[in-house]
Design a protein around this ligand. Structure first.
Ligand code: G3P
Ligand code: MG
Length: 246
């Protein structure tokens, strides 16, 4: 099998240098040459898929309350940038649809499901991905592997990625145990066993490690042969890769 180049995956956009999960953070990730963007989604009270990490607005906006108890119109009132830096005042919580419109199709999007909201989120996500022609270049990941199974039932072509924060007997076996094709493994980087990365990749899986912000660990994972690194600093990883290539 031909070795694929390692993907630079911007975590919540370029989270280290811009307010996470905003269009500004995604634009910065793109400017820094990321190959993919990771983001987190929730469902608003009126069933819209919005991009935010927490279940509440409290930490990353200037309003409080649960995302799922606010309508889209209410969520859009909130400022999602000023808490990070004054220059980002006016940033809003984006709809996933807005991110699909912003990001070129050659940049992969890793959509992380944080909460399925009683299995209401998955059908809404599949509908949006079909409507925006995003079945092929999105990978949907979650710590809730049952939610990924449900997505596969709704849309067999969808790419799914298993998130986990433990060291399985073998990373490859974790995917095999799901009983449906898995596109990628998304282990916490401290949980990775080097030989298992090689075995998983040899079985056609991609291994995307999260969340790695220092060069020492980035270099170690590059050496392990991971398929991608999820980082708050995509520019830093891009620079490191340019050195290791030369
Ligand atoms: O998808 C990798 C990573 O984002 C998982 O953790 O909490 O940063 O969403 P979290
Ligand atoms: Mg995430």
């Amino acid at each position: 099998m031909t070795k694929q180049p390692l993907l630079v995956i911007a975590h919540r956009g370029a989270k280290g240098e811009a307010p996470e999960n905003t269009l500004a953070a995604f634009r910065l990730g793109l400017e820094q040459g990321c190959d993919a963007i990771e983001l987190d989604i929730h469902l608003s009270k009126d069933g819209e898929i919005v991009v935010i990490h927490d279940e509440t607005m409290n930490r990353t906006t200037d309003i409080s309350g649960k995302v799922n108890e606010l309508t889209l119109a209410e969520l859009k009132q909130a400022d999602a940038g000023r808490w990070f830096h004054e220059k980002y005042a006016g940033e809003r919580v984006p709809l996933l649809e807005e991110v699909f419109d912003l990001v070129p199709k050659n940049v992969m999007i890793n959509v992380e499901i944080k909460n399925s909201y009683g299995r209401k989120l998955e059908p809404a996500l599949v509908e949006l991905m079909r409507r925006k022609n995003r079945i092929q270049n999105v990978v949907v990941s979650s710590f809730d592997h049952k939610c990924l199974l449900f997505l596969k039932l709704l849309e067999p072509e969808i790419k799914i990625g298993l998130l986990y924060d433990f060291t399985p007997g073998q990373h490859n076996q974790l995917a095999a145990g799901l009983g449906t094709p898995v596109y990628s493994l998304h282990p916490k980087h401290t949980r990775i066993v080097a030989e298992d990365v090689r075995e998983a990749v040899a079985h056609g899986l991609r291994v995307f490690a999260y969340t790695v912000n220092d060069e020492e660990n980035m270099a170690k994972l590059i050496d392990y042969g991971v398929s991608g690194i999820i980082t708050d600093y995509p520019g830093k990883l891009r620079t490191l890769l340019s050195y290791t290539a030369s």
